[in-house]
Design a binder for this molecule. Structure first.
Ligand SMILES: C=C(O[C@@H]1C=C(C(=O)O)C=C[C@H]1O)C(=O)O
Length: 397
């Protein structure tokens, strides 16, 4: 059981709830969810029985806020960390969070920046991944390889300041969610994700997968050219189509009228362009919960690859580290089965003075180690900027 006192410093005291600070924040352009304190922790287990554990939880504890919040890790065999808060506040519409920008570290404190793996080691992993895609007789079509950057700051990292800075981008969903403490020390996953894994609202189901990326440019002509080139890129469209294919395959037996009426469109964040497809459907059986849908879909080929088990095995072999809660999902669900789950990317694991940032990129035939290195560097930029750093400061421009 997590001690609530370890979780109460995400935001400054909320005027609406004096004497209480949110322990969990999920802010999108149209809705902000704030959760306070921890009444209960969902018992652990793998993703295959997550939906039944959630259902049992709401049956056993019908009182209190009708919500579980938290994070699902990348590995399907690892346990989700879902919490029943003491209080929850859902604010419809745009919410400023009421957090001052603040300093993440006192002026003059050096930040230590370490690429883990190094840029060279990541490029080598991409080259090995590409070789596997081209192996004769192999069925592997895509793998998503990631890397991390570790930051060591002079003092404890201020999560309020971090999320306030990330929230300047309205195109992304800013989140801060507690992770299981390590040796008693509180940990959080904080990020700004552009990608909706799945949402269930009554019988309606939504997903907005992204795959295929280009960096944005401060120059509007170059920016537009980058977007147009991405839309035309055969390699990126192929990479994207695999994600849409898997999501449609998983959802179609469960839905009537499943469709992607707008086709492939561009999604812009402040730092990246992506190819995205909005998928919508209606459940055949209203008993299918958002968490059941998330558990079936995760990990999509946007963060894993195709086919899933082969891609996952290649990732574990080539990346050489445990992704933890990066490339999992973050969100909420309630006892009716409604919920929203976002892909936990563009994020960092925060523990005291240390942050570990993650970024990954899809590898398909036609990808190059240099291209994927540059793409992941730019995917770090929103988090780096929240720390007052730039891509150039991690040694890559
Ligand atoms: C894996 C990440 O991003 C994913 C991979 C993308 C790609 O390869 O083009 C695009 C969006 C995300 O689905 C990440 O940001 O870490």
């Amino acid at each position: 059981m997590v001690h609530p006192s370890t979780l109460n410093d995400i935001l400054p005291e909320d005027r609406a709830f004096p004497a209480n600070r949110p322990s969990y924040v999920l802010r999108s352009g149209d809705e902000t969810l704030l959760a306070y304190g921890v009444a209960r922790e969902l018992p652990g287990g793998t993703i295959s029985d997550l939906a039944s554990r959630v259902r049992r939880h709401f049956e056993e504890y019908p009182t209190g806020p009708d919500i579980l919040v938290g994070a699902i890790p990348y590995a399907r065999e690892a346990s989700a960390y879902l919490l029943r808060p003491e209080k929850a506040l859902r604010v419809m519409g745009r919410h400023e969070l009421g957090v001052p920008g603040g300093h993440l570290a006192p002026q003059g404190f050096a930040m230590q920046v370490t690429a883990d793996p190094s840029a060279d080691a990541f490029s080598a992993a991409v080259a090995r991944g590409l070789a596997r895609l081209c192996e004769d007789g192999g069925s592997l079509r895509k793998i998503v390889l990631s890397r991390s950057v570790r930051l060591a700051v002079g003092n404890d990292i201020s999560i309020p300041a971090l999320i306030a800075r990330l929230a300047v981008d309205d195109a992304v969903v800013t989140f801060a969610t507690p992770l299981p403490p390590r040796e008693g020390s509180p940990r959080f996953l904080v990020g700004a994700t552009p990608e909706l894994l799945v949402e269930r609202r009554g019988p309606r189901v939504f997903s907005h997968p992204l795959a295929g990326s280009a960096r944005r440019s401060p120059d509007s002509v170059h920016d537009r050219e980058a977007a147009e080139a991405l839309l035309r890129s055969e390699k990126d469209r192929r990479e994207h189509a695999l994600v849409v294919e898997q999501i449609m395959d998983v959802l179609s037996p469960l839905c009537t009228d499943l469709a992607a009426p707008d086709g492939v469109m561009l999604k812009a964040t402040r730092s990246m362009w992506h190819l995205g497809t909005r998928i919508k459907g209606t459940l055949k059986d209203i008993g299918t919960s958002s968490i059941e849908l998330a558990a079936l879909l995760h990990p999509t080929p946007a963060v894993c690859g195709m086919p899933r088990s082969e891609a996952d095995a290649a990732i574990r072999d080539l990346e050489g580290y445990d992704r933890g809660f990066y490339a999992g999902a973050v969100g909420w669900c309630d006892s009716s089965g409604d919920g929203r789950w976002y892909v936990s990317i563009r994020c960092a694991e925060i523990e005291g003075r240390n942050a570990r940032l993650y970024a990954g990129a899809g590898i398909v035939p036609g990808s190059t180690p240099e291209g994927e290195l540059a793409e992941t560097a730019h995917k770090f930029s929103a988090m780096l900027e929240a720390f007052g750093l730039s891509v150039a400061q991690i040694g890559e421009a």
